[in-house]
Design a protein around this ligand. Structure first.
Ligand code: UT7
Length: 305
């Protein structure tokens, strides 16, 4: 007995904000944003719950499932719609899922944390877990601060983790270094604060280290990976990972040019984009890797399909 990932879904708010929109009122330019981050546009709007419902429904529909088929909802988010109750309670109600629901927060590594937790839930008897990553970072970003405004955005993505005959979860690595709080945080009622250069340096280090551990546990190397699905924070961070892991760009899922950094949603959005482009095939080895505030990090290797 094992578990596999089946079905994916995505949701983005309608409103598109381009680099030119920021350049119109901030001391920035399309050239700076594109060259330093790889981001060209992003989406703003919606609530974490409404985006999560849309992505969750998309994943369930594509996999031919109804609420009755889902016995656990895990919502990874850093931007819950309220403190109490958990946003996942509203989401499970809207989707008509049975059983349990909870939120988890491991910042931008949260979606991969949630996948690994879902795998553990299979071992204690659950059959199908809807794992959703949804964030509305535009609500906690100072839109007059050019160093963060151009980066963070809104969106949601989802997958179903289900019991299967064969094991598809081949290796994983999760970690946190809580001493890194001062370089990336948002207090209650405040806005995102980030020491970009320091986060960048550490992100490259932890993402590569964590990916290597997950690959090693799976008995694989970068050469074996069919598709790298990294957290979508900065194209230069992804390129550093490409180089150090030996996984070229044409085997990497990239969506940040169109979405910006959507935290928990970034990895499932990149996965859905690659899937829609016909880049996911049964048997493919997929490496998910993320990092975020905390600092947290998480990597997972799965066999697709
Ligand atoms: O998911 C959460 C994790 N977050 C991340 O992974 C983000 C990691 N960090 C980064 O992606 C990059 O560090 C940034 C994109 C945030 C910044 O890029 P950088 O190449 O590291 O730039 P920098 O912070 O070293 O800043 C260079 C210059 C500074 O000006 P001075 O001090 O050299 O005069 C900044 O003030 O660029 C300036 N700058 C901007 N200029 C135009 C910062 N933001 C902007 C902007 N437009 N939007």
């Amino acid at each position: 007995m094992g578990a596999r990932i089946a079905g994916y879904g995505a949701a983005l708010p309608e409103k598109v904000v381009t680099n030119a929109d920021f350049a119109a009122y901030l001391d920035t330019s399309d050239q700076w944003i594109t060259e330093r981050t790889g981001i060209r546009q992003r989406h703003f709007g919606g609530t974490t719950g409404s985006l999560a419902v849309a992505a969750g429904r998309d994943a369930m529909d594509r996999h031919g499932l109804t609420g009755d088929d889902i016995d656990f909802v895990i919502l990874s988010t850093t931007t819950p719609d309220q403190t109490v109750p958990a946003t996942s309670a509203d989401v499970s109600n809207e989707l008509g899922t049975r059983g349990a629901a909870m939120d988890i927060n491991a910042a931008c590594a949260g979606f991969v944390y949630a996948l690994v937790v879902a795998r553990g839930l299979i071992d204690i008897g659950m059959n199908r877990i809807l794992v959703i990553g949804s964030d509305t970072l535009s609500r906690i970003t100072d839109q007059n601060d050019r160093s963060t405004a151009v980066l963070f955005a809104d969106g949601a993505g989802a997958v179903v983790v289900e019991r299967s005959e064969e094991e598809s979860f081949l290796g994983w690595d999760l970690g946190v270094d809580g001493s890194a709080r001062p370089i990336l945080y948002c207090d209650h009622g405040g806005c995102m604060y980030m020491e970009g250069r320091e986060v960048f340096k550490r992100a490259v280090r932890v993402m590569i280290g964590s990916s290597e551990k997950a690959l090693k546990q799976a008995g694989l190397t970068g050469d074996d990976v069919s598709l790298l699905v990294p957290h979508q924070a900065n194209l230069r961070i992804i390129e550093a990972a490409n180089q150090r892991l030996g996984i070229p760009r044409d085997r990497t899922a990239i969506v940040l040019d169109r979405t910006g950094n959507t935290s928990s949603a970034s990895i499932p959005l990149a996965l859905a984009d690659a899937g829609d482009a016909g880049r996911l095939h049964d048997g493919d080895l997929v490496l998910f890797t993320g990092f975020g505030a905390g600092m947290t990090w998480a990597s997972l290797v799965v066999r697709w399909g």
